[in-house]
Design a protein around this ligand. Sequence first.
Ligand code: TV7
Ligand code: CA
Ligand code: ZN
Length: 393
Amino acid sequence: VMSPISGTKKRTCYFFDSDIGNYHYGPSHPMKPHRIRMTHSLVMNYGLYKKMEIFRAKPATRKEMAQFHTDEYVDFLSRVSPDLVDAAAESGAAGGGAGGRTGGIGREMGKFNVGDDCPVFDGLFEYCSISAGGSMEGAARLSRDKCDIAINWAGGLHHAKKAEASGFCYINDIVLGILELLRYHPRVLYVDIDVHHGDGVEEAFYTTDRVMTCSFHKYGEFFPGTGDIKDIGHGKGKNYAVNFPLRDGITDEAYKSVFEPVISQIMEWYRPSAVVLQCGGDSLSGDRLGTLNLSMRGHANCVQFIKSFGLPLLLLGGGGYTIRNVARTWAFETGLAAGQELGHEIPMNEYYEYFGPTYHLDVPQSNAEDLNTREYLEKIKTQVFENLRNTGG
Ligand code: TV7
Ligand code: CA
Ligand code: ZN
């Protein structure tokens, strides 16, 4: 007997482009698109292709990207290349373009915040097109009722702004996906479990009540520095932005104790007709940049809980810098979406050596101290509830 909500069979569409793993931010850069290819290898070798439809999305065009970004910024991304940057550096134009014979590429890089966190690399624009194409096509298939859950692990690049790159993100595939959903859905809920604040998505919809954004993130001396509990939206959007600031070391149990009640209240009061979940894997225990302490199951519980509401759901990637654990978790979450719990033993696959010495699927919690006291979490939760009550529901 199937339970009416969580047991209902879901039609899952999964987007993957085999080129994605070939893009490199640079040798010491923590962002590794290769982890998406590792995830895909697990997904295939666990046999999940039998449970879902797999697509290679049409790469997003400049025109599609310009539905959110400025033409000028999209143009720049499509033009810039490592060769151009090197040429500018040689002619002395990279620093500010004073003697620029190369069209002031250095000035533009400064203006669009392209440089160290967001470097220019080979194929940058194609990489952006693949990421955004998956989220847009996923959203379109959900809107046309071609599936119940759409997955794009190459998406989730939540820091990108209208005319600026930020925090390893250039094109905001999430905003583009939500804009697609808004063509059919009156209200879209965006939830962000990446350890960083989902600032780009929040900013894009800060003054509208048609999108509610909700980010859980480490707050306090941590990138990007925004996401205070007091930031709740503006104008028509007042009370439609939710921020849950966290301290280091939150565990599965503590995270669940705030995530589930907050999401339940939002569902009850906001009544969205579609949901986008950014599943950044840097909230996992042992992440190279993150400082939280979620196990794979603690992270995946968020996916399971959101799925249980039975709304059209777009699942996206995001951060995640201990790549073996990101691949494990996103594969497991793909299984949850497709209705198959993956077994404990990692199956043989092209990247098997990454998963040693255990060759097990789980990402365990550590014994790190949890600086989120029960009182602290209760206080933040109560304040979030008070803000929500003002939405008039
Ligand atoms: C969604 N943290 C993105 C998260 C973006 C975080 C940052 C780095 C970093 C960049 C590197 C690098 C790094 C070991 C880590 C204030 C700065 C400090 C650049 C060197 N190693 C997501 C962005 C964050 C780049 N940025 O949410 C090249 O860490 O803190 C900052 C800003 C200025 C710039 N410098 C770092 O997960 C996808 N960057 C090594 C090489
Ligand atoms: Ca977040
Ligand atoms: Zn992050």
